[in-house]
Design a protein around this ligand. Structure first.
Ligand SMILES: [Mg+2]
Length: 365
């Protein structure tokens, strides 16, 4: 069997999230949720779908797929995934340890697993040893909002939809206080600052934030790979520390864990090598007795791939859901939680039919 085509789709989907929007998530200031979908065609007539991380850099992941990875992958046999992925990582070793070329490779890996499942007639979780659960609890990962009263408003919307855990992308004690006041003591609250403080400031903020009983504090410091700094915050801050979405490979995950950087490790399979590497990451974290809660603020095939991995792993793990209502989603209803829960897909491969008419409708290039 040979790969006959690799096509990348850069799309932008309009959305609402209960508060004013920021253009941070798009390549050129549009108020949409952007994504990079990958379609891999084979001479056997089987098509696989993947997704590369992109966020504000979707255009770069899209170009990396089109110009770097697609020409290398076409003509290769898609069936031996570890061999093909290792070969492609070796051939791009100067540019794929992190960043858009690595993100594109991650998207390709997901598509290869989709193909493998379709060949076997089984869902991807069956190829990973079988689903241990049929539903996966999700947490509402609110977009950055700012004004505390708006934070409280969106927290109430999320709670009304059944979420028991809500993550804020805020940077002030006032926003956290507003969320806790709105939600009461029984809802899990997490705070993600996206690498905003230095260590001294982070320690001050930990002291301010401790009364709000955060389940975790995520990426409190810049740079995100100051693993010794994260270890110090774990020791002195008094709040569990989560990080890892900016890791580009499992070697870096291993290194960070060896330095004691995380209470909760958060690799992203759309960045760090797809399903193949996420399965290794789970093993690395398990051996080190570190909790792994994957980063997945995505709406497409990478989110669905994350559900397959979390269905098959022994640990009961939350799945992040970026709390935005898309106008439509090309992956269909399995891509949206109901009452705070995702349903584990059961069809072959990813188990979703990508709506190509919607991709065409939202395609930017
Ligand atoms: Mg984060």
């Amino acid at each position: 069997m040979k790969i006959t085509g690799v096509e990348s789709f850069l799309i932008g989907i309009p959305y609402e999230h209960g508060a004013p929007k920021s253009a941070l998530a798009t390549s050129d200031g549009r108020l949409t949720q952007d994504a990079v979908y990958i379609r891999v065609a084979t001479d056997a007539g089987i098509t696989g779908w993947g997704e590369a991380f992109g966020f504000g850099g979707c255009l770069m992941s899209h170009l990396a797929m089109k110009r770097v990875i697609a020409p290398l992958a076409i003509g290769c046999d898609p069936r031996d995934i570890p061999a093909l992925m290792t070969d492609l990582y070796r051939r791009t070793q100067g540019m794929s340890r992190n960043g858009p070329v690595g993100f594109a490779l991650s998207g390709l890996d997901i598509a290869l697993w989709d193909i493998a499942g379709k060949i076997a007639g089984k869902p991807i979780h069956a190829l990973l040893g079988g689903a241990r659960r049929q539903t996966i609890q999700s947490y509402a990962s609110l977009l950055r909002i700012g004004a505390p009263d708006m934070v409280a408003k969106v927290c109430n919307i999320a709670r009304a939809r059944g979420y028991q855990h809500i993550k804020l992308h805020e940077r002030t004690t006032e926003a956290v206080a507003a969320a806790r006041a709105a939600l009461g003591p029984d809802i899990g609250v997490m705070l993600d600052t996206n690498c905003t403080w230095d260590i001294a400031r982070a320690l001050e903020m930990c002291a301010q934030l401790r009364p709000y009983n955060l389940a975790w504090l995520e990426e409190p410091i810049f740079p995100p790979d100051d693993f010794a700094g994260l270890a110090r915050l774990r020791r002195d801050g008094g709040i569990p520390i989560a990080a890892g979405e900016n890791l580009g490979n499992t070697m870096d995950l291993q290194h960070a864990i060896s330095l004691g950087a995380f209470d909760i490790a958060q690799p992203d399979l759309a960045k760090m090598g797809g399903i193949t590497e996420m399965w290794k990451a789970l093993d690395i974290a398990r051996r080190a007795n570190v909790r792994l809660e994957p980063h997945s603020p995505l709406f497409g095939p990478a989110l669905i791939a994350t559900l397959h991995v979390l269905a098959a792993t022994p640990e009961d793990t939350l799945c992040e859901f970026y709390f935005a209502d898309l106008e439509h989603t090309p992956v269909g209803p399995l891509g949206t939680p109901r009452d705070g829960m995702f349903t584990v897909p059961s069809g072959p491969g990813l188990g979703v039919d990508i709506d190509e008419a919607l991709l065409a409708r939202y395609r930017i290039e």
